[in-house]
Every structure is written in structure tokens, then in C-alpha cells.
Write a protein that binds this ligand. Structure first.
Ligand code: COA
Ligand code: AMP
Length: 638
């Protein structure tokens, strides 16, 4: 069966074959990757629920992303365009130039003692050095763990503690529209709080705000001087060896270390880039996420480079850098054939430029599609983008855990293969056996909502486990329904196979496409000495999809006059900003007498969230004291 699909019928056949014969399907897709030792076995699922793709294959992902393109005639093609309106810089790197920098930084890491399997934490803004570091790690078989720059020291510390990196790579500062953000003090504070101390920190000094270097710190530019380092060669790694660990938010304050293997990920991404997103070697693609998120890992860095395409690294925002035409400028200036962002970015643009006047200022003739992911794509945002851009606007649903889309309307040569149904990311794609289950584990009929689950084995590219925690992997994802991965999203599949994702069934928040844990926010609030108990709920927000709202019960004796309360609320908002990060966008905290709970003590966050969103929830019969909830109704709706 050919892995090309140019019509709905051939695509359906292809998806069916990926489920009936996964080894045949992915074995063929593996031909698009250069192996050092070609795998003789495609899938090893002999130890359920664990499965491993290409168990005896060896390769190097950096070789696949850079060296092989240089060898095969793409040396002078642009690999990376750094477009940074916040610094007024545009820089292009050919495949040969990027390879040179990556090989040198791999040499730097090697000389610092970083070897195969060692971890390197990356805490960088959207600068080329982030991509260089990631690929340099891949080159020597080290495992990178990128932490989003918007996270504050406590979140960074939790990740450093779990990943135990030998080296951290960071910068003196990041640049936000609101001003320069000093990164170095946040890094120092995180290391101070962490039980693990890295041996070295490599710091990129940025001219906007250099920083002082301490004893364990080393200067990026000095280390990278061609006389100071010899380039490192690619190290063979097993297909099953980890390429990276990316921490994501669960419901508790402890982030989950999503492990990504090397071979399966490379095969899946390469396949997805052409067969789902319609991107071919040599084409330019603009993904406006951040390297701190999975979308950035997969579709800013790895998939376009594995494909031999040109990727744009954008250090700016959809609005304010300088205006709501920023994305259209990038697409036009670099001739991007497709763009990828989060719905919230489009909502921010529509707010400032509702009639899309700025779209008309740019030549978008190269653009063939706009992809949106990271949160539910509301039909209004879809309709606005469709009307004003004149290209298919394509929703795609996936998660940090899955690494690439589960459901998407694939793009063929003539646009979307299937009719677009606003509100749905489309049908499940190859490798994902999507089932909606009821609480008893029975499959729900078409159109009926339930827990969206994925039948095992998961396809290549999906997480094989959590970082050094198989037990938590099983208890978090695989124990609810035997033989299935629990996505944490609720929704339904219609009669034609379109998946509709309605939202999380757990307490994970999604704020402007950023995944945050209620647990982290609650820990930050609970750390205030006046707080006896607290809850955080995510309430609907027109711009950001959701924003967190805090509810706190105070300890007896706390000063509750008007001025005292106002001060306390300010302190609580500031605490969340300092502990979790500004990106949490928590602005409102209310003081309440009590929190509604079940008789077993579980706080009814979902019920409160539904009330705040104007819904009429079914109040659980196990509620301890219905009066507590009644007292909160007016406040929540206000
Ligand atoms: N480093 C440091 N601080 C950061 C940061 C980073 N990388 N990213 C965000 N922040 C800070 C911002 O400066 C802001 O701080 P402030 O409260 O002092 O102004 C705060 O975190 C919130 O930032 P943001 O989420 O960007 O909200 P905003 O109101 O400034 O902008 C949008 C709204 C919609 C423009 C913005 O959220 C956006 O671009 N969203 C798209 C997100 C996205 O692409 N997600 C990827 C998923 S695929
Ligand atoms: P993350 O792991 O940060 O990518 O967040 C994944 C979560 O974001 C999913 O579990 C969903 O809740 C939500 N999400 C991502 N993409 C979509 C989408 N296209 N439609 C609906 N929800 C989405």
C-alpha cells in the first residue's frame, strides 16, 4: 500500500491499513529516514502495555535533520530563518551553516562532559541557539529538555530536579512586548531551589541585557569560537533511545516528563509533514509556536528539518510586534506556503483588526493553508480566518504526549481532502485508533460524548513512557480502561468519523494554548500564610480560551477589612506570577467562606467551572453541603 493519499478514498484506505497492519504501514514510512542500522522489526509489543517501535534500528536524528540534506544537494538551501521583530533582526542559516553551528555546539557539550543519555536543560527564548542546542544534543545522543521561557523559577526548578541535567543552556534575557525579561536571575533562583545542581550553565549573552556570569557559568560565544572547539560527529543511537523529555502539566503540581524516542518520532514526523500538512522538501513553512511547547519541538524544529524544508523561527507575537499584521508580514516576506499557530493568536488579531484590513497589505499568494492547534478552534475564529485568508483553515488535535496530530483534515495538492466541519479537527489519522468510551469502558455510539481514548499500541512518535517513571505512565494514562490510552479530553465521534473534542475531563487548564496545571497554581496560592484552603478553576475567556480564577478560604484571624483584602489579593496574584510565571495570567482571586466538596473531600472544581461559564451542571449527589455551592453561585457568575 503506497503511503501517498490524494483523495478521500485512498486516504481512508491508508488509515485503515495503518491499523490493520501497523508494521507494514510504518515499516514503509521508515524508508523516508536514513538509518545506521535498518530495523529488522517494526513494532515490539510483547510487553503490554509497553510497546517499542523499530527496536533494533539505530540512527541519528540530527544527521537526518541536517547532514543528509547537506550531502544530498541542500547545503545552500535556507534551513532556518530567524525573524525577530522584537530585536529588529532577520537572519538566514543555510543547511551547511546550521550544520556547522550544531556540530560545533555538540563539540562544546561533549567537551563539558555531556555524553549519550545525559540530560541538557534548555531555558531559552525564541533564538536560533535554542534550535542549535536541541540538534546538538541529538547529535551526541544527549537528551534535551526544553523549558518554556515564560515559566518562573519554581517550575524550572521542578524540571531541573527531575531531569538532573549535567548542563543547562540559557540566555541573559528574553524580550517580550512589555520589555526585557532577565532570564539569568530566574535560572539562578531555580538552581538554588532545586535539589540537583548542574555542573555548568552555558549562557547566551544578548546585547539587549547582558548578565554577570558566576562560577559555574560559561559564555556561549567564547565556547563557540572556531578555535575553541572541534566539531562533534553524529553518534549512533538506538531508535528507542530518548531524544528528549518535555515536561507537561498534569493535574498535580508535579509536571510529567514526556519521553520521546528517536526512531519512531523521526518516522512519524517525516510522514506527517508531507501527508498531513502537505509540506515538501524545499518549501518554506511558518510555525508560530514556541520551542518550549510540543508544537515547537515537532513543527518548528524537527519535522521541517527532517523534511528538508525551510523553517521560520519567529521571536514576536501575533499582535503588538508591531501590529496585528505581523503574521501576514512574515508569511509574505519569506514566501511561507503554510502557517501554523494557536486559535488564541487569531483571536488576538481579530480583536485588533476585525475587518482584516492588514491582510490586504501583504502578498499571501504563496500560502496554501493555515493550521490551528493547541486548544479548541471555535467556529467564529475558523470563519474569520477562512473568510479573510482565502485558504483552508485546518484544525488539528493532539497533545504533548502524542507528539503529532491524532485528528486532522489532511492537505492534499488541492486543499483539504475532506469537507471542513467547523468545531471538529476532522477524522483520526494514520496510526490512531480513536474510541469514545463511557464510564464502564463500553464504546459510546456515534454522536455520544464520552472519554476520548486511543487503542494501544500507540503509533510511532507517541510517548513510550514518562521519564524514569513507568508506574506513573501506567497510572496516569493506561489504567482507566485496559488496552487504551486515556487522552484526558472528552468529546465524541460523529457518524462520518469526525472527532469533536469538547474539552478536558480533568483539571488541566489551557490558557492561550498554554497547558497549565491547577495543582501548580493552587500550590502557589496555598503557600501564602493567610490561605487555609484554595481552588483554581479555568473559566471561559474570549481571548485566551480559558483563564484561571482563584478561590481562597482564609485562616482565622486574617485581616479582612477592605484594604487588607485588596492587599491580600494583590499578594496572591503576585505569588502565582512569581511561582508559576506571568504566562499563567491569573488576575482574579476571591475570598470565600468555604469550598464545595464531595463527602470524600474532593473539591468540585468542574461544577464551579460550569457555573462560572453559565452552564447548569448536574451537581454530584455526593456533595457534602449543597449550601456551600449555592452561596458561591452569584460570585462565580459575576
Ligand atoms: N518569556 C517570558 N515571559 C513570557 C513569555 C516568555 N517566553 N511568554 C509570555 N510571557 C509573559 C508575557 O510577557 C505576559 O506578561 P505580562 O503579564 O507581564 O504582560 C504573560 O506572560 C502572558 O503572556 P501571553 O500569554 O503572551 O499573553 P498576552 O496577553 O501578552 O498575549 C496572545 C495574548 C494571545 C497574543 C498570546 O497569548 C499568544 O501569542 N498566544 C499564542 C500562544 C501560542 O502560540 N501557543 C502555542 C500553542 S501551539
Ligand atoms: P498540549 O499538551 O499543551 O499540546 O495540550 C494538549 C491539550 O490541548 C489537549 O489535550 C486538548 O485539551 C487541547 N487541544 C489541543 N489541540 C486541540 C484542538 N485542536 N481541539 C481541541 N482541543 C485541543
Amino acid at each position: 500500500m503506497s503511503s501517498d493519499a490524494t483523495s478521500p478514498e485512498t486516504y481512508r484506505d491508508l488509515v485503515a491499513s495503518s491499523l490493520s497492519d501497523p508494521a507494514g504501514f510504518w515499516g514503509e514510512a521508515a524508508g523516508a529516514v536514513d538509518w545506521i542500522r535498518r530495523p529488522s522489526q517494526v513494532l515490539d509489543d510483547s510487553e503490554p502495555p509497553f510497546s517499542r517501535w523499530f527496536p533494533d534500528g539505530t540512527l541519528n536524528v540530527c544527521f537526518n535533520a541536517l547532514d543528509r540534506h547537506v550531502v544530498h544537494g541542500r547545503a545552500d538551501q535556507t534551513a532556518l530563518i530567524y525573524d525577530s521583530p522584537v530585536t529588529g533582526t532577520t537572519r538566514r542559516y543555510t543547511y551547511a551553516e546550521l550544520l556547522d553551528l550544531v556540530a560545533r555546539f555538540a563539540g562544546v557539550l561533549r567537551d563539558l562532559g555531556v555524553g549519550k543519555g545525559d540530560r541538557v536543560v534548555v531555558y531559552l527564548p525564541m533564538v536560533p541557539e535554542a534550535v542549535i542546542t536541541m540538534l546538538a544534543c541529538a547529535r551526541i545522543g544527549a537528551v534535551h529538555s526544553v523549558v518554556f521561557g515564560g515559566f518562573a523559577p519554581a517550575e524550572l526548578a521542578a524540571r531541573i530536579e527531575d531531569a538532573r541535567p549535567r548542563v543547562v543552556v540559557s540566555a541573559s534575557c528574553g524580550i517580550e512586548p512589555s520589555g526585557v525579561i532577565a532570564y539569568k536571575p530566574m535560572l539562578d533562583a531555580a538552581i538554588e531551589r532545586s535539589a540537583h545542581t548542574p555542573e555548568h550553565c552555558v549562557i547566551l549573552q544578548r546585547e539587549q541585557q547582558p548578565c554577570e556570569l558566576g562560577e559555574r557559568d560559561l559564555d556561549w560565544a567564547t565556547l563557540m569560537h572556531p578555535d575553541a572547539v572541534a566539531p562533534a560527529a553524529c553518534v549512533p543511537v538506538d531508535a528507542t533511545d530518548p531524544l528528549y523529555v518535555l515536561y507537561t502539566s498534569g493535574t498535580t503540581g508535579r509536571p510529567k516528563g514526556i519521553v520521546r524516542d528517536s526512531g519512531g518520532y523521526a518516522v512519524a514526523l517525516r510522514w506527517s509533514m508531507t501527508h498531513l500538512y502537505g509540506v515538501h522538501p524545499g518549501e518554506t513553512w511558518f510555525c508560530a509556536s514556541d520551542v518550549g511547547w510540543v508544537v515547537g519541538h515537532s513543527y518548528i524544529v524537527y519535522a521541517p528539518l527532517l523534511t528538508g524544508a525551510t523553517t521560520i523561527l519567529y521571536e514576536g507575537k501575533p499582535v503588538g510586534t508591531p501590529d496585528a499584521g505581523a503574521f501576514w508580514r512574515v508569511i509574505a516576506e519569506h514566501g511561507a506556503m503554510a502557517a501554523f499557530t494557536a486559535p488564541t493568536a487569531i483571536r488576538a488579531i481579530t480583536k485588533q483588526d476585525p475587518s482584516a484590513q492588514l491582510v490586504g497589505d501583504y502578498d499571501l499568494s504563496a500560502l496554501r493553508a493555515l493550521f490551528l492547534a493547541g486548544e479548541r478552534l471555535d467556529p467564529d475564529t475558523w470563519a474569520w480566518a477562512t473568510e479573510h485568508l482565502g485558504v483552508p483553515v485546518i484544525d488539528n488535535w493532539w497533545q504533548t504526549e502524542t507528539g503529532w496530530p491524532i485528528a486532522i483534515n489532511p492537505v492534499g495538492p488541492d486543499g483539504a481532502l475532506f469537507e471542513i466541519r467547523p468545531g471538529s479537527p476532522g477524522p483520526a489519522t494514520a496510526g490512531w485508533d480513536v474510541r469514545v468510551l463511557d464510564p464502564q469502558g463500553e464504546q459510546a455510539p456515534a454522536g455520544t460524548e464520552g472519554a476520548i481514548c486511543l487503542r494501544l499500541p500507540l503509533p510511532p512518535g507517541a510517548l513510550p513512557t514518562l521519564w524514569q517513571d513507568d508506574e506513573r505512565f501506567v497510572s496516569s494514562y493506561l489504567s482507566a480502561h485496559e488496552g487504551y490510552y486515556l487522552s484526558g479530553d472528552g468529546g465524541y465521534v460523529d457518524e462520518d468519523g469526525y472527532v469533536f473534542v469538547m474539552g478536558r475531563t480533568d483539571d488541566v487548564l489551557n490558557v492561550a494554548g498554554h497547558r497549565l496545571s491547577t495543582g501548580s497554581l493552587e500550590e502557589a496560592l496555598a503557600g501564602h500564610p493567610a490561605v487555609a484552603e484554595c481552588a483554581v478553576i479555568g473559566v471561559a475567556d474570549q481571548l485566551k480560551g480559558q483563564v484561571p480564577r482563584g478561590l481562597v478560604v482564609l485562616r482565622a484571624g486574617t485581616d479582612t477589612d477592605e484594604a487588607g483584602l485588596a492587599r491580600l489579593q494583590e499578594e496572591l496574584v503576585a505569588r502565582v506570577r512569581a511561582e508559576v510565571g506571568a504566562v499563567a495570567s491569573l488576575r482574579r482571586v476571591d475570598v470565600v467562606d468555604a469550598l464545595p466538596k464531595t463527602r470524600s473531600g474532593k473539591i468540585l472544581r468542574r461544577t464551579m467551572r460550569q457555573i462560572a461559564d453559565g452552564e447548569t451542571p448536574l451537581v454530584p449527589s455526593t456533595i457534602e453541603d449543597p449550601g456551600v455551592l449555592d452561596d458561591l453561585r452569584t460570585l462565580l457568575q459575576g
